[in-house]
Design a protein around this ligand. Structure first.
Ligand SMILES: *[C@@H]1O[C@H](CO)[C@@H](O)[C@H](O)[C@H]1NC(C)=O
Ligand SMILES: *[C@@H]1O[C@H](CO)[C@@H](O)[C@H](O)[C@H]1NC(C)=O
Ligand SMILES: *[C@@H]1O[C@H](CO)[C@@H](O)[C@H](O)[C@H]1NC(C)=O
Length: 493
């Protein structure tokens, strides 16, 4: 845990949880908004020429290392910006450059969706001009047409990343996408970076990068709650669906599982894990372990049986990270369980902005996600879990409201506890949920690139939040249908 004393804890909690209405000063536009790639008209069943799909997939392998470099450039920029090692105008310029680099690679990959060679050529030429205008000044290009030379473009990345290491001692800031990359982010406030916590440790070709969060660690929220309720650590009761190997943090001290952390501090409860593991047995004295697959039909019985063994009379935290149909498990538990948890901490699908409701359905055969090739797994990552709006609805139906969101997780608080704690939550519908999504899942690098989400998508993920809500839903539905996902999930607004 970071060394951070809880003296002004209630105050800090208040500061974090009360949504700010302060508008950020829009950063200077770096140029015209960068085009979407592939063009939006190519999204949807039948919208792509028949032989195009295969052609695109043939190029996947070659393109992946290029996309990986761009993603790493964003990791490095986020790290440097948050640590105050690089001035904001440079962060903006480099994020802009990264996006225009991505655009060139993407156009090369999706070349076949352009109806004529001339159309492709003229778009390509325009994008190339934008790229060269955004490249670092005086870059010694080797060829006369650097836009066509992928390797040469990547050399720019290797030139930039080492320069982000020197320390200018500036105030830390999130690396927010500039207006030419994501116009919708112009209104998203910068979080207060006075206090941050390492959130991701990323190993790349050019070294490792730490990305931080300004969100209050859940451990501190739970500790505040515990003290307010006058409970001993061992009186807290936690249900952990998806306990993995039982670890709380990884080797770099990045928190991986808030429920396991609570167990380490003495909380009692239930740990459920689908994959075979022996790491959980006898790990914590007050925790009943269930190893084996579960379904929304039997999850309540499995959890209630375990809680009965412990004779608990309260439930403080339900954490769900099963990587499969998570909100259907939540729905079953919240509907059927005897006790209502104070907090819900759940992983969410960050691809789809509110008001899009995306829910992956439960499937016996998909439960283990076994047997998928690496590439199919990567392509399938957009279609897993539940979107922020879907979680919001499920939670709201049972009396929960969103307390805070990170890139990976949503924390909901039961309204009874909200009153007891005297905190405010992200309230209202629908704009503030959309704003919560923008600031946690979209506007700060490396959000939508992380783990190749953008690289493996056949939709420019920037397009969804830029469109008005109705068009956003329509576009998402076209993409969903074109990827053959309709029988395995629901998607609507
Ligand atoms: C694009 O640029 C190339 C080379 O710079 C040029 O030959 C071609 O005519 C341009 N095409 C269009 C459609 O602008
Ligand atoms: C990343 O690299 C460091 C050494 O540079 C190593 O200790 C660590 O285990 C690596 N982490 C991952 C997730 O590969
Ligand atoms: C719960 O359901 C899953 C999926 O149908 C099944 O594999 C598992 O054996 C069931 N577990 C129990 C304890 O009934």
């Amino acid at each position: 845990m970071p060394a951070w004393m809880p003296t002004p804890l209630a105050f800090t909690l208040f500061m974090v949880l009360v949504p700010t209405t302060r508008q950020a000063k829009p950063s200077e536009p770096e140029g015209p908004a960068l085009a979407f790639c592939p063009p939006l008209r190519s999204i949807g069943p039948g919208a792509m020429p028949a032989d195009c799909d295969e052609e695109i997939h043939l190029q996947d392998g070659m393109m992946l290392s290029f996309y990986g470099h761009i993603e790493e450039l964003e990791w490095a920029l986020a790290d440097a910006s948050e640590a105050g090692r690089v001035p904001m105008d440079l962060v903006n310029a480099m994020l802009s450059f990264a996006e225009s680099l991505n655009l060139m690679l993407c156009m090369a990959r999706f070349r076949c969706v352009y109806p004529t060679t001339e159309e492709f050529q003229s778009d390509w030429n325009a994008s190339c001009e934008q790229l060269l205008a955004r490249a670092p000044p005086n870059f010694p290009w080797l060829s006369r047409e650097p836009c066509s030379a992928g390797n040469e473009l990547m050399e720019v990345v290797s030139l930039i990343i080492p320069r982000l290491r020197s320390d200018f001692g500036l105030p830390g800031r999130g690396a927010r996408y500039p207006l030419d990359v994501a116009p919708v982010c112009g209104a998203v406030a910068q979080a207060d970076f006075a206090q941050t916590w390492p959130f991701m440790f990323l190993n790349g070709t050019y070294g490792h990068h730490v990305v931080s969060t300004t969100r209050l660690p859940f451990a501190d929220i739970l500790e505040f709650f515990r003290q307010q309720q006058g409970l001993m650590p061992s009186e807290l009761v936690v249900v952990n669906l998806g306990a993995h190997d039982g670890s709380c943090m990884d080797a770099q001290m990045v928190v991986k599982d808030v429920a396991n952390c609570a167990f380490d501090l003495g909380a009692r409860g239930v740990a459920v894990e689908g994959l075979e593991t022996t790491a959980l047995q006898h790990r914590w004295p007050g925790v009943v372990v269930h190893v084996g697959y579960i379904s929304p039909r039997n999850v309540t019985r499995i959890v209630e049986d375990a809680l009965a063994k412990l004779a608990v009379t309260r439930l403080d935290l339900l954490k769900i990270d099963l990587d499969h149909a998570d909100c259907f498990f939540a729905e079953a538990l919240l509907r059927q369980m005897r006790l209502a948890p104070a907090f819900l901490v759940v992983e969410y699908n960050r691809i789809f902005p509110p008001p899009i409701r995306f829910r992956e359905q439960f499937s016996e055969t998909k439960a283990g996600r076994m047997g998928l090739s690496w590439m199919d797994g990567k392509r399938g990552q957009h279609w897993s879990g539940c979107s922020m709006q879907a979680w919001h609805d499920t939670a709201a139906a049972h009396g929960y409201r969103l307390l805070q969101a990170t890139l990976f997780d949503l924390t909901f608080l039961h309204q009874n506890v909200e009153l007891q704690l005297g905190v405010e939550v992200v309230d209202g519908w629908p704009s503030s949920i959309f704003n919560a999504w923008l600031s946690s899942a979209h506007c700060f690098a490396p959000s939508r690139r992380l783990y190749g989400h953008q690289a493996f998508a056949t939709l420019d993920l920037r397009a969804l939040p830029e469109l008005p809500a109705d068009d956003r839903c329509e576009l998402a539905a076209r993409w969903w249908k074109s990827e053959g996902q309709t029988s395995q999930s629901e998607l609507y607004c």
